[in-house]
Design a binder for this molecule. Structure first.
Ligand code: OFO
Length: 168
């Protein structure tokens, strides 16, 4: 049985993961608008991955006989200063999510909730991967600077991304 505090925090994380999905979908629309179709594709996949995160928390709460409470999702921004700007914002967002996951781990520890602690370890590892992949793209974009050829090469590479379903 989940404690009321843990249940509330996990429901709040469902909202945060939904917001992540929403944010990345908005970033996909922005990248499409500035004609970076590969970037747009990458963010579409990212948005879908976030929905997998939503469902992990959703299913987990139900498996623990808890109550899922869906709340309003904040509207994300609709534009960014540049292709680099959009990925810098994505990196800042992932760091924010890592922080949130860390706080959930602390709460699970304080509550002596071992099952939730075990679930969260998956997210701890996922965040390492997510931050690293976005950080690499930010660095490549900084290297590319204003060179359109380099930007188009990165765009082509990002367009190859496929959705890799989350493993247990
Ligand atoms: Fe981007 O990992 Fe979930 O939010």
């Amino acid at each position: 049985m989940l404690s009321p505090k843990m249940q509330e925090a996990l429901n709040s994380q469902i909202n945060a993961e939904y917001y992540s999905s929403y944010l990345y979908l908005s970033m996909a629309a922005f990248c499409d608008r500035i004609d970076l179709k590969g970037f747009s594709h990458w963010f579409r996949i990212q948005s879908q991955e976030e929905m997998i995160h939503v469902m992990k928390f959703f299913d987990y709460i139900l498996d623990r006989d808890g109550q899922v409470t869906l709340t309003a999702i904040e509207a994300p921004p609709t534009s960014w200063p540049s292709a680099l700007g959009v990925f810098e914002a994505a990196l800042a967002h992932e760091r924010h999510i890592t922080n949130r996951i860390g706080k959930l781990v602390e709460l699970a520890n304080a509550e002596g909730d071992h099952p939730t602690h075990a679930l969260l370890q998956w997210f701890v590892n996922e965040q390492i991967e997510e931050e690293a992949s976005v950080d690499t793209i930010v660095k490549q974009l900084r290297m590319a600077g204003d060179a359109p050829v380099a930007l188009l090469m990165i765009d082509r590479e990002l367009g190859q991304r496929t959705l890799t379903p989350a493993t247990e």
